[in-house]
Design a protein around this ligand. Sequence first.
Ligand SMILES: [Zn+2]
Length: 414
Amino acid sequence: MIAITNIAELVVVPPGPIGGRAMGHVSTIEGATLLIDDDGCIGRFGAASSVDVPKSAEVIDAGGGCMLPGLVDCHTHTVFAGTREDEFVKRLEGKTYAQIAEEGGGIKATVEAVRKASVEELIELALPRLQRMLSYGVTTVEIKSGYGLTSADELKMLAVVKRLGELTPVELVASYLAAHTIPHEFAGRADAYLDEVLAPEVLQRIRDENLAEFADVFCERTAFDLTQARRYLETCKSAGLTPRVHADQITQMGASRLAAEVGASSADHLETIDDASVNALREAGTVAVLLPACSLYLGVEQAPARRLLEADLPVAVATDFNPGSCMIESLPLTMAVACTQMGMTPTEVVVAATANAAAVLGRQDRVGAIAEGKQADLVILDMPSHTRWFYAFGRECVAAVIKGGRIVHRCDGH
Ligand SMILES: [Zn+2]
């Protein structure tokens, strides 16, 4: 048994999904102790005076820091090759995405690099990214395919995620995002492309080898329309993959209503969401995933977080870490952006990046919460409260990270 003592503030996040109106109201315990069972699950916790620490327990002194559930980054594109800083500069100089694409940049550049890269190379590139995410307090990460855009290269990306999961303490969740964009070989023939990536033998392999749990699609004027997105998601769903949708980012075309209709676990982006879509998501129990670091990175308007919270939608926040529109891999920084740019409170963003993000990934029974019997995925800060964490954002202040009851990261000097 492990006893974590001297916790200045324990943020007792309940299991998700938690509706927007309740997200700002989470209880905290000052001067807490928390026990971890031998099976790596959370045992008794409470004010230090109310929890007996067994003599045999190994004691971890939280040093007067705040402790909260391990963070869950439920939307990332962490596996990729190549970088696109040239494009970053071109965009700052005023070039449009279309002009950049014409010059061979944009997602095409990443797709070419990923197709050329071996499984080993992709693993070598992704591992340090995951190690840094862990150091920020992130204990579960979703990773999408979507830069292969042939059935073989998409399967290669999923195999990379599976192998990475064996090499890092971070728990990984894979999503099949073959419908990320239409590859140039299939320009104007989106359905023929979908025939390839939805071929029964491809989906069978994903199923047999347990290569993905989710299917995701980029539903947008420049990518897949509603009919194609529905076909992709329904076919993947019949093969056992849970749908998710990149929805309402640039164009309002009803993509989040589609997410609700197909029983998606989340609709992600939502910068242009309308009232009918808000209602549809609420009725379907679909989580709204907001990606504020992406809008910050691109210098565009943020999704209307307060409107979604007031409509009582469960809201999650994720990085959208990717080489084109958001090279920000820090979930705490992203949460701070949700505070300062979207008007979410520190408590709301903690719920958004723990309980609600776990619900997006179908893991709310096990992670994202502080409750007896839940897996002991925990972050100890060298800050006395979670509000101080976001007040002083940009400072690295994670003292230790615990996954399944085991310390998997310690900041130097602790
Ligand atoms: Zn994305």
